[in-house]
Design a protein around this ligand. Sequence first.
Ligand code: FES
Ligand code: FES
Length: 183
Amino acid sequence: MKIAVTVNGKRIEEDVPCDLLLIDFLRTHGCYSVKRGCETSNCGLCTVMMDGIPVLSCSVLTVRADGCTVETLEGLKEEAAQFGAFIADQGAEQCGFCNPGLIMNAIALFREYPDPDEETIREYLAGNLCRCSGYEGQLRGIQAFLQWRRKGDAKHFQDPSQRDDRGHQASHADSLLYQEGRP
Ligand code: FES
Ligand code: FES
């Protein structure tokens, strides 16, 4: 079936098999941040935005994206980078495989609830599984990011990506965020 979809600002017109999953279409087009975990709609690793709504790309047929705008982490680097630095700052990731999916859903959370309470955060991100961590570090990173945004005062609560020790933190965050070259 011939489809037209805009991926990270780039319009793609292509003839695709009717059973092609969106995750496979996106990875074929270089979006390696979209990770394949469970393939059963349970882990959240494959999360992308479709017309601004987070969806599990392992459970969406590519033909359903016809006429839609799809965003992956590759297209949201600026929005993701600052938040990702807070996650890295808390040592919240270990292998980092779950990070892209977590960050996509966190961005969706912040868009929908600009100042969420802890219950809302836990509920919203309940579908993002991590096989390495106990989730507490991720929660601390989210809360630190929200606290920094609330204060809006770098003197009291500094953005880790702007600190003097940025060399370590940012390169760590960058590698985990994008994992380019680690399909
Ligand atoms: S790979 Fe899609 S939810 Fe796990
Ligand atoms: S840090 Fe390894 S899966 Fe989350």
